[in-house]
Ligand binder design. Structure first.
Ligand code: ZN
Length: 443
């Protein structure tokens, strides 16, 4: 009996490693709508958090708001044996840098780093924004609660830190409140430059901007739908890379798109009640968000947000006009929904930070042959690899084969021309790296 049991156990552990990690369900359940409501309320009560607003008052303006955010991160840290490194990262922006900068201003981000045990210099980032605005982007004194835009994203980021600081991860997680968003994405620009300067290995940024409204201007009410925006290919690609895409593919397979697919996949696995929408564009039509400066710097970055916006409740002076109550006030935020999108972030941060790094190179071959062949660089800490493939018209990685701890594999009978392929590294507990689209031709 005994040897058979051992054999069976071995079989299960080698062939059937966990596809789901029960800790992920614990994380989902730990996210609290009540704490998010409390934090959104606190943020809205600073009156205005406009980037150019008062920095001296203890109760009103962006100075009071960022000091409170920093103290919250420090409080979270003191509950986990100082597991967070909390600091301000700031840059001076001069008056007239653009029309919205009407006086010199320090754009100050609040950063909290939960250092990874195995890859301390590898980072996955979750961001929300500190700042708010009303109808006139240069109006830095009027009441601007910015409850949904973007106290919701900021509160979600604080809550994710509270929940995840109870765990240890192999890679580092950064929780950050970015400032200067409404004035021209200044905070993101500053932190992306800081990351480059420090040589941070950034897996990507999950930028949360408006995660609390479920009642859309389109008449749709849904607490299940949400959007994942991602650009198709990085703006930093070379002419040579652009040219290669014509012949080998990759038009919709840049690093940000792979991160978006990762979030989609994790959500579908652990929160199947949610409806993540893969939006094939950088951001909303003609509008921007704080993932963009990271994309500009060559990092992967996506925007996570509600699916159904309400324009009478964003960037508006608080007023009633023709019977419509304008303004981004507390009453319009659905905290149960903000909790769900916070959980989406938390489980993806955890999964990426528990998972191994992705293979650096993935080679593909099989031209005029019946089989597609893939070869990849070994990842320290991976227990195996998955080869993913999909129809060329599919937005998601629909097929995969787990191939164990090898660095090459031939997919028999799968013709290279008819699918797109990628490789992910798999860690001990089944957590995966993002998929890497082939970046080399196998000859
Ligand atoms: Zn906004």
């Amino acid at each position: 009996m005994k040897p058979i049991c051992t054999l069976l156990l071995l079989l299960f552990t080698t062939l059937g490693f966990a596809q789901t990690d029960p800790r992920i369900y614990d994380i989902i359940h730990s996210v609290s709508a009540e704490r998010i409501e409390k934090d959104v309320t606190t943020l809205a009560n600073f009156g205005t958090r406009h980037t150019l607003s008062d920095t001296v008052s203890q109760t009103r303006g962006i100075g009071a708001a960022r000091r409170w955010i920093k103290s919250e991160f420090e409080q979270i840290s003191s509950n986990c044996n100082d597991c967070l490194e909390v600091f301000y990262q700031k840059d001076l922006v001069k008056k007239g840098d653009n029309a919205r900068i009407v006086h010199d201003v320090w754009v100050v981000n609040v950063v909290a780093i939960q250092r990874g045990t195995k890859y301390p210099n590898r980072f996955i980032i979750m961001s929300g924004d500190i700042d708010s605005r009303v109808s006139d982007p240069a109006d830095f004194t009027s009441d601007s609660p910015g409850a949904n835009d973007n106290a919701s994203g900021m509160a979600g980021t604080l809550e994710a830190a509270r929940v995840l600081s109870k765990y240890q991860f192999e890679s580092s997680i950064i929780y950050v409140g970015l400032s200067g968003e409404e004035q021209g994405l200044y905070g993101g620009k500053g932190l992306a430059a800081h990351a480059k300067e420090k040589g941070w290995d950034i897996v990507g940024i999950l930028n949360n901007d408006m995660i609390g409204n479920i009642t859309g201007v389109d008449g749709v009410v849904s607490n299940r739908d949400f959007r994942i925006f991602s650009e198709p290919v990085p703006p930093t690609e070379t002419e040579q890379q652009r040219n290669a895409r014509r012949f080998y593919g990759g038009e919709v397979d840049g690093i940000s798109r792979q991160l978006a697919r990762y979030v989609h996949h994790t959500t579908k696995t652990y929160m199947p009640e949610m409806n993540p929408m893969m939006i094939y564009r950088l951001d909303r039509f003609g509008r921007g968000g704080h993932h963009r400066p990271f994309n500009d710097a060559g990092f992967a970055g996506i925007r996570i947000m509600e699916a159904h916006e309400n324009y009478t409740q964003q960037h508006q002076d608080i007023r009633v006009e023709d019977g419509i109550a304008y303004g981004d006030v507390l009453e319009h935020v659905n905290f149960g929904y903000a909790k769900k999108l916070t959980a989406v972030n938390a489980i993806n941060l955890a999964s990426i930070a528990w998972g191994p790094p992705a293979p650096e190179t993935v080679e593909i071959g099989g031209i005029v042959e019946p089989n597609a062949k893939l070869k990849w660089s070994k990842v320290d800490g991976a227990v195996g690899y998955k080869i993913y493939w999909r129809d060329t018209t599919s937005p998601t990685w629909d097929n995969y084969r787990y191939v164990g701890d090898v660095t090459e594999h031939t997919l028999e009978g799968i013709v290279i021309d008819n699918f797109f392929f990628g490789v992910a590294a798999i860690g001990q507990d089944g957590h995966e790296s993002p998929v890497v689209f082939p970046n080399k031709i196998l000859r």
